[in-house]
Write a protein that binds this ligand. Structure first.
Ligand code: ADP
Ligand code: ADP
Ligand code: MG
Length: 659
């Protein structure tokens, strides 16, 4: 076996690979950029090599520096992780020449499959069902319109070199193609340095189902079943699971067989993923093959018990696969939630910053369930604008799908992050949705279920009880410390629109919470909280919970899963006074266009006096390498323009004000 491996990546995947190497007794070298000098991966690796500036083009993408680092440290092999150089055939070839082993497929396979146009040609030849469309390059907008008409709208415009959900746009009509074709071309050029575009039929409301394959250098290829990744925003996965609730044994076997056939056709010899879009009727069409380890590989590991990174290392070393297809079976169900530094309340826009607080849930086997958190960050670390905005990948396993979903809901409750926008409340909302629980998924899920965007969810009856009990308990604990003479048992609790009379008695470890007007009482036990803490844990009537709490003027802001409430705990007298206070009005921003996130203004071409129509693109702001078109929400005449191309803007900064 190799004695030393270099990891040409960063973040959670570098940490993930180090863990397997350690278990296998292999020493690790991590290369790092300026932005990652204090990272967890750098701390964990046996050796580290600095390779340059924060932009990937100065560090993680520079083959020369990575090869030099391997030479200098004597690493015999390089694991590229995903992203960066992982699907770069010339890098794999270069390593071959240098006598360093690439832990991934052979360069031929990368070439054949790494490019979407080429791989579709290949798949068609191998008799795999592909999405109908134009398998070839498209020169200009006129050509794109012609082809879209031939295919029939809606169509999808795609960058051949695309990945990570970038370089993709749906067009419903000619106007969309006119706007979308040049935009995708430009994005492809800037993100991938390759602006070849193709167009295919847009399958409406499909499901994304992919097959994990694993091959060796001896001609063996097996599949490790499927993952369903239909919960997406911006064509990018946020929640994945294995197996898929759609598939039956027959469809699973058919998809598996096609994936293996395609892999064998290119002598595939590592871990890879064959992606399909599937209709609700279980028809399926090949999308692309990812010739690398996939982000969501943990769910496959959890249901099969196979360590995919270990298998990649073994096959790269030349070992034969230790298992055949018949040795593999699906056990239980696994779900993965991608915890992103993005603001679900603002259209999932990137929200970078420092992890001021970071408490992940407890990992490991907990009774019948397993919790796994793949992270590459610690409290105090920064999620920078230079790389993927993922904070961690939280996975749960349980014997059944519903138990895995419940385990995920609880693990998300236990995940506390502060300092930047994060999508945990959104993920929790999905876990609680009947549609998700019933498995009726589609890639439109988020658009269907959150048509107005994510606004949090209204409290259930249990959550109403919960927040008032927690608020009373906190109020009591704080009062006992700061002003014991003011302690009392009965309080008016105002939570959102609710006002209730609550009696809290028997302090100490267990509280009795009585809702006096409703003649009900509950017990609150196992309280884990003290003033200053932002997480309150306890058990309410036998149900364990974790809520996020923040002191606010006259009360607390309490969040349980996707529900956030402002809660006031008042004496009857102050409740009366409170009622007389005029309600505060939010500032009127309807006459402004605000930047929805921090970023760099790429274009802002309107001028004072100009008439702008609702829906018109006014400004482009770039953040996290993503260009966001900001549109007017209503018609108006521009009064002032607050920024110009090249400016950095903060979230909520005024871009345009209407007269
Ligand atoms: P997956 O199907 O594994 O999510 P995609 O094909 O959607 O992969 O994305 C391509 C790969 O590029 C992913 O592994 C993703 O994590 C990675 N990636 C996307 N954006 C970035 C980035 N800014 N920096 C590094 N890696 C990225
Ligand atoms: P990437 O390389 O960014 O992963 P993919 O080609 O895999 O690009 O597409 C990403 C996602 O976009 C898919 O998971 C799917 O949800 C959606 N998608 C891609 N092609 C189509 C299509 N032809 N019809 C409908 N949805 C599609
Ligand atoms: Mg894909």
């Amino acid at each position: 076996m190799f004695s030393k491996i270099l990891i040409a990546n960063r973040g959670e995947i570098a940490v993930r690979i180090i863990k397997t190497c350690r278990r296998m007794g292999i020493a690790t070298v991590v290369v790092y950029s300026e932005a990652d000098a204090d990272s967890m991966a750098v701390e964990m690796a046996d050796q580290t090599v600095f390779i340059g500036g924060a932009p990937a083009s100065e560090s993680y993408l520079v083959a020369d520096k990575i090869v030099a680092a391997a030479r200098e440290t004597g690493a015999e092999a390089i694991h590229p992780g995903f992203g960066f150089l992982s699907e770069n055939a010339s890098f794999a070839r270069r390593l071959e020449k240098e006598g360093i082993v690439f832990i991934g497929p052979n360069p031929h396979a990368i070439e054949a499959m790494g490019d979407k146009i080429e791989s579709k040609k290949f798949a068609t030849k191998a008799n795999i069902s592909v999405v109908p469309g134009h398998v070839g390059e498209i020169d200009d907008t006129a050509h794109a319109i012609k082809i879209s008409e031939d295919i029939g709208y809606p169509v999808m415009i795609k960058a051949s070199a695309g990945g990570g959900g970038k370089g993709i746009r749906v067009a419903w009509n000619q106007k969309d193609v006119e706007e979308g074709f040049p935009a995708v071309k430009a994005e492809a050029k800037s993100s991938f340095g390759d602006d070849r575009i193709f167009i295919e039929k847009f399958i409406e409301s499909p499901r994304h189902i992919e097959i994990q394959v694993m091959g060796d250098k001896h001609g063996n290829v097996v599949h490790l079943f499927e993952r369903e990744c239909s919960i997406q925003r911006r064509n990018q996965k946020v929640i994945e699971e294995a197996p898929s609730p759609l598939l039956d044994e027959e469809t699973r076997a058919a998809m598996g067989a096609q994936a293996v056939a395609l892999a064998k056709a290119v002598n595939y010899d590592s871990a890879g993923t064959v992606e399909f879009v599937a209709g609700q009727d279980k028809s399926f069409f090949f999308l692309e093959m990812n010739t690398r380890l996939q982000v969501e590989h943990p769910v496959t590991e959890l249901i099969t018990g196979v360590d995919l990174v270990e298998q990649m290392i073994r096959s790269a070393y030349g070992e034969k696969l230790a298992f055949a297809q018949k040795d593999l079976a699906i056990k239980g169900w696994a779900i993965e939630s991608r915890i992103y530094a993005e603001d679900p309340y603002r259209g999932f826009l990137p929200s970078i910053g420092r992890l001021v607080r970071y408490y992940p849930p407890q990992e490991g086997e907990i009774g019948e369930i397993i919790v796994r958190n793949d992270a590459g960050v610690r409290e105090g670390d920064e999620i920078s604008m230079f790389y993927d905005p993922m904070i961690s990948k939280l996975s749960t396993w349980a014997p059944t799908r519903l138990a895995a979903i419940d385990a995920m809901g609880r693990a998300l409750e236990d995940f506390h992050i502060e300092g930047l926008g994060q999508n945990i409340p959104f993920l929790a909302a999905v876990m609680d949705q009947e549609r998700f629980r019933s498995g009726k998924l589609s890639t439109n899920y988020i658009k269907d279920e959150f048509p107005e965007g994510f606004l949090g969810t209204p409290p259930t009856d249990w959550q109403r009880d919960l927040v008032s009990a927690v608020a009373c308990a906190m109020h009591r604990i704080v009062t006992a410390r700061s002003a014991p003479q003011l302690l009392r048992d009965e309080w008016i609790v105002i939570a959102g629109h609710d006002k209730r009379l609550v009696r809290l008695s028997n302090g100490g470890a267990a509280y009795r919470v009585e809702y006096l007007n409703e003649n009900r009482s509950l017990t609150l036990t196992d309280i884990d909280w003290r003033p200053g803490k932002h997480v309150f844990k306890g058990v309410l009537d036998g149900r364990a919970f974790t809520v996020a709490v923040k002191p606010a003027a006259e009360g607390f802001v309490i969040r349980h899963r996707a529900t956030t409430l402002n809660v006031l705990v008042l004496t009857p007298r102050s409740a009366e006074l409170h009622e007389k206070l005029p309600a505060k009005k939010a500032a009127d921003t309807s006459k402004m266009i605000l930047s929805p996130m921090p970023g760099l203004v790429v274009t802002l071409d309107v001028i004072p006096g100009q008439l702008v129509r609702a829906g018109e693109a006014v400004c482009v702001v770039e953040a996290m390498k993503m260009q966001n078109i900001i549109r007017a929400e209503r018609d108006g005449t521009v009064k002032t323009v607050g920024a110009k191309a090249g400016d950095s803007v903060a979230a909520d900064e005024v871009l345009v004000e209407f007269a």
